[in-house]
Design a protein around this ligand. Structure first.
Ligand SMILES: [Mg+2]
Length: 241
């Protein structure tokens, strides 16, 4: 990765959860002020794994372009008004997915679950909630806080779903995103329309390990700044001011 001067940067792209805020929290005032300062020099873009609407809400309506759903939805804000600009959809073979998830449950010992075995979303994204769709929040939070249980079996889930990119998502699930969508794919789309090169982008992310949602960008030639705790973002970002 080549070091670049701040005057060559055009776009600051940022993950949301774990990077700008702690999980499910609102954007705080310190972070908001840093974003305001960055916005005076650069274009800003949030690239999240959850929905653009949730992210927009968590920012209390910050005027920034958002890529959501692992790169399957694009939104922007104009005159304070949130607009979905583009949505991608992919078909789902529900029977094949349920069969493969249940076979993984048997193989990996995840046979006890509450509610449904799989959750389907209209985009074509699928969630494999290890504890089932009706597990309580407490159960989900206790299951795998450091993600090691899911990291241990990540290879088996990935191999069963080669037609998807498998992410370790949420508190206790795997998110299956139809190929070719992922954050890097979406970021490439975005910068192509803006005529921005990889070398003019800086990305901040916290989830750059195997199976995590910033991994594709981390492994690309885009300059990646690792945020290991959301509280670090303001200090790290000030180096670009
Ligand atoms: Mg994150």
């Amino acid at each position: 990765m080549k070091a670049i001067g701040n005057n060559e940067i055009k776009l600051i792209a940022m993950d949301f959860d774990g990077t700008l805020t702690r999980h499910k929290s609102k954007l705080d005032d310190v972070c908001r002020r840093v974003l305001d300062e960055l916005a005076r020099r650069y274009d800003l873009l949030i690239v999240g794994a959850s929905s653009c609407e949730w992210i927009f809400d968590q920012t209390d309506g910050y005027p920034v372009d958002i890529i959501g759903y692992y790169g399957m939805r694009f939104s922007s804000v104009k005159d304070g008004k949130f607009t979905v600009k583009r949505e991608c959809f992919a078909p789902i073979d529900t029977q094949s997915v349920i069969r493969r998830v249940n076979s993984l449950r048997a193989e990996l010992g995840f046979t006890s679950y509450a509610g449904e075995t799989v959750r389907f979303y209209t985009t074509g994204i699928i969630s494999f909630p290890v504890l089932g769709t009706k597990a309580t929040e407490e159960e989900r939070l206790w299951f795998d806080p450091d993600r090691t249980k899911r990291r241990d079996v990540y290879g088996a889930v990935r191999d069963a779903f080669r037609d998807y990119t498998v992410f370790i998502g949420g508190e206790s699930s795997f998110d299956l995103v139809p190929r070719p969508y992922n954050k890097l794919h979406a970021l490439n789309d975005y910068i192509e329309t803006k005529k921005i090169e990889h070398s003019q982008v800086v990305y901040f992310g916290d989830a750059y390990g195997e199976g995590e949602n910033d991994e594709h960008i981390y492994k690309s030639d885009i300059r990646f700044i690792c945020v290991n705790d959301a509280g670090e973002f303001p200090e790290l970002a000030k180096k670009l001011l």
